[in-house]
Design a protein around this ligand. Structure first.
Ligand SMILES: [Zn+2]
Length: 195
């Protein structure tokens, strides 16, 4: 259903139309100046037949919908709605257009996600600080292994788990990372109390 609308819009609007609308010139070699980085020599390749673009510096590309989505800071589906309206195609029934509330919900979700990523980064930073601290603390083993300095003992005990959590946060899928974030937060609280 959604794809159908995408296809129909693509039949009506070419990538040239999109570039014209945004005032971006496509040269003889089918290259254009990228609008997302400071571009002096055209870095953006355009395939007029396939309706695709790609910037070799930003490593970003796609079809007309991804172009408009980036330009308008919206989702590709919202980009389709923008194009439908802008070009007067009327392919998308008004009732299926998102309401203001839906758009603002989407915005709220995006903001919550950005906050979560920030929190995640700060948890990762704290964990790597501890990992380094533990690493340094374990370099010099005490003469008497039965009477370890407290930090040395904690470091030996906790280093591997700290590393495990760091890997979990770095390489897990989104759900893993969300779960790892919770575990890491509790773990950091325990560490902070112990040291
Ligand atoms: Zn670029």
């Amino acid at each position: 259903m959604k794809n159908d609308i995408f296809e129909r819009i693509k039949e009506e609007i070419t990538i040239e139309d999109i570039f014209n609308y945004y005032g971006i010139e496509i040269n003889r070699n089918r290259k254009a100046l990228c609008c997302w980085h400071d571009d002096n020599s055209p870095s953006m390749s355009v395939n007029l037949v396939a309706g695709l673009w790609y910037c070799h510096v930003c490593c970003e590309g796609g079809d007309i919908f991804s172009f408009v989505a980036l330009k308008e800071s919206c989702t590709p589906y919202q980009a389709a709605q923008i194009l439908d309206e802008r070009h007067g195609l009327d392919l998308i029934a008004t009732t299926t257009r998102p309401t203001r509330k839906q758009v603002s919900d989407h915005q709220a979700k995006k903001e919550a996600l950005a906050r979560f990523k920030e929190d995640l980064r700060s948890v990762e930073n704290k964990l790597s600080d501890y990992f380094l601290l533990f690493h340094r603390a374990t370099i010099d083993p005490p003469d008497n292994f039965d009477e370890m300095p407290p930090l040395y003992e904690i470091a030996l005990k906790e280093r591997s788990y700290t590393e495990y959590l760091l890997d979990f946060l770095a390489f897990g899928n989104f759900e893993d990372r969300a779960h790892g974030y919770k575990m890491a937060k509790q773990y950091l609280q325990r560490l902070e109390a112990a040291i």
